[in-house]
Design a protein around this ligand. Sequence first.
Ligand code: ADP
Ligand code: MG
Ligand code: MG
Length: 350
Amino acid sequence: AKLRVGLLFGGCSGEHEVSIASARAIASALTTPPNGDRYDLLPVYIQKEGCWQAGRLAQQVLETGVALSDSDPAAAIHRWQFPSAIAEVEVWFPVLHGPNGEDGTVQGLLRLMQVPFVGSGVLASAMGMDKLAMKMAFAHAGLPQVQYLAVSRGEVWSNPCVFPQLCDRIETTLGYPCFVKPANLGSSVGISKVRTRGQLEAALDAAASYDRRLIVEAGVVAREVECAILGNDTPRASVVGEITYQSDFYDYETKYTLGRADLVIPAKLPTEIAETVQTMAIQAFKAIDGAGLARVDCFYIEASGAVLINEINTLPGFTATSMYPQLWQHSGLEFSELVHQLVQLALAGS
Ligand code: ADP
Ligand code: MG
Ligand code: MG
């Protein structure tokens, strides 16, 4: 009998549309041979405001690629009413990016359902989403990274005496340019590159509106190189790729406007640098207790030859043209075989 795969997509995050695009690619890989003979697809769509949809509506979003709008009369159902069809799911494939999906929340729910699922569990997902927790785990594993300061929303908003001292501390320890980020987000949302005191103050205020936890990092001039990880206890690293773009940094618009950024695979790097990135990527995956898949992003500072770890993404973009599947494609693993292996890793890990 075929295995019933629940494809969980959409979600309450700014990356809802990306998730739909990823899910479309994965759905097509799951339903065409040879996977089509192995798996039965059950699409489950999470609306932007949190309601779960199975059946015709989920199928419709998957086929059209168009999100259900909150005002759609068909979409108006109470938030915590789960479709009964989810009881039939034998393995889940969550394709949710960002908060409420990539951060351990959905993983906790699937864990409670006692059904195996693709990708990292609660801890690794939460660690991979929180840049402060992530950096602590990386530091403990001895991985080199940029200098940074942890900042709380309270320091930014509550006390008018503390704020100037905070800015002074950032200026003396990190200098300009520096990057101000909400700790728990993705897709560069809420991130600013700042060069002056005025910009710093505005950026801290903006980032505090997204999250209670903030991070400020010293800016580095570096090439952005990425490596894909696949596996559970013995994870493998793909070839290394590079992101190139013309904008000031890899911001939201550059990420999601067609033609603004290019993927170079494999990245043109000295062999030992590529190997360093691969080794660091596996270490980073283990440092957060990752499972299944992750994309590890590094900075390569050509001037000094240093490689610094930037971040790990436990549910990276998964469209046919996304970095993660492209890196595996160039490592000899086809998209549909990659999807099959991920489902098998989910079953093996449970
Ligand atoms: P996200 O999780 O939203 O992708 P990142 O930490 O990867 O957040 O930051 C987004 C982008 O901002 C990076 O891809 C890079 O272009 C730029 N950036 C972030 N931090 C730094 C830094 N410390 N130095 C230089 N560039 C940075
Ligand atoms: Mg990220
Ligand atoms: Mg990033």
